[in-house]
Design a protein around this ligand. Structure first.
Ligand code: SF4
Length: 375
């Protein structure tokens, strides 16, 4: 392949919400005998899902499919309130890996609904995040997929009714801004959050891609077809004027006719190892230039149910061993503990894992966890 240069967007790949969800599910795999159940794909990436399947995780689209008493994780995209209730009624242990930035939108919808607003939700019909969010207040929420749908609501309701505008976290900026502008034109007292609901990871990945797309003969977006933020990156690259935009799941899907300068990025649920495999296959003769638009240091702690579970397990084990029961759950891991490989998938027994329960989780990457699980 006569590729001369690769422009590598940064940030790319795993976001803080995906890191949290993958590490949490890895803990479940370590603690429980298989199968562990997961409501919806833990994140929208075929590679990640396949890795967990190989570890005995069963993905379901209905919590009724989970045998009573079985351990269950709820995915990062957020679940409808009735699903969370049904899951807790049904399963012995339920850990909710919802991203806190999705929870924030759920909260905004709940509050606006209570205050009597009609809420226009800008999102993709049928996407898990959109379905779960709108279910928080279905009596108030209306899906807005286009400026024309905003017009329809405005014509039906009039301009002076209380209307709020919320969004799926993973939209492309252009997709969001066109609908937002129309809503501002049509509703006199439109309420919106101070910052749009598009999350930092979505915004940063799109900004990084914009910085390279105009210089590239082709852009490769790594991620799965059902990943909303991946599809948004494709739209951003095309809107930036790049003549050729390709989405691939992995290096094996690269075509043979790429040439010149190729831009590479990855959706928020795509592992870095796939990025590196793609770059290796492109084999640019003049090397790789990484273009960074910002540094990300966001960190989301493990789900509270998981912290409680591991703390309880550690206390039981400590009693059995005659050791003092652990107090609290420190979020900082000592460098010795990191070096010892504590954390999900670190290769120790459940007893050892529970003993180091979530200590220093911040310093353990989901990529390392997945590599250890695979090993
Ligand atoms: Fe959370 Fe944004 Fe990542 Fe989705 S893309 S999991 S909302 S940080």
């Amino acid at each position: 392949m006569p590729v001369e240069r690769v422009l590598l967007a940064s940030p790319r790949g795993f976001c803080a919400g995906v890191e949290k969800a993958i590490k949490a599910l890895a803990w479940m795999v370590r603690v429980f005998e298989p199968p562990v159940y997961c409501y919806h794909e833990i994140v929208h990436n075929a590679h990640v899902v396949a890795q967990f399947r190989s570890q005995g995780v069963v993905f379901v689209d209905d919590v009724e499919e989970v045998p009573p008493g079985a351990p269950l994780m709820l995915s990062a995209h957020g679940s409808a309130p009735e699903v969370v209730v049904a899951a807790r009624d049904h399963a012995r242990t339920v850990v909710d890996a919802v991203c806190p930035l999705v929870t924030k939108v759920h909260h905004e919808l709940k509050v606006r609904s209570r205050k009597g607003y009609t809420v226009l939700y800008v999102g993709h019909e049928g996407h898990e995040e959109a379905v779960g969010t709108m279910a928080v207040a279905p009596q108030s929420a209306r899906l807005a997929r286009s400026a024309a749908e905003v017009d329809e609501v405005a014509s039906a309701m009039g301009p002076d009714v209380p209307v709020a505008l919320l969004a799926q976290t993973t939209l492309s900026h252009d997709e969001w801004s066109g609908i937002m502008t129309r809503a501002q034109e049509r509703f006199e007292a439109l309420w919106m959050p101070n910052r749009s609901d598009l999350c930092f990871a979505t915004t940063n990945r799109q900004a990084a891609l914009k910085a390279i797309a105009g210089r590239a003969d082709a852009v490769i977006v790594i991620g799965s077809a059902n990943s909303s933020n991946t599809r948004a990156l494709e739209k951003v690259a095309s809107a930036s004027g790049c003549a050729r935009v390709l989405r691939v799941n992995g290096a094996n899907e690269l075509p043979d006719d790429l040439f010149g300068t190729v831009g590479v990025t990855a959706g928020a649920s795509a592992p870095e190892e796939i990025v590196q495999a793609v770059v290796a296959r492109l084999a640019p003769t003049e090397g790789v230039e990484e273009i960074a638009v910002t540094e990300e240091d966001e960190y989301f702690p493990p789900p509270p149910e998981l912290r409680d579970l591991l703390r309880g397990l550690a206390a039981v084990l400590a009693l059995g061993l005659g050791a003092p029961a652990p107090k609290g759950d420190s979020s900082e891991m000592s460098s010795e503990a990191v070096a010892a490989g504590q954390g999900p998938g670190a290769g120790q027994s459940s007893k050892g894992a529970a003993g180091g329960a979530l200590v220093g989780d911040r310093h353990v990457s989901a990529a390392d966890v997945l590599a250890r699980l695979a090993g």
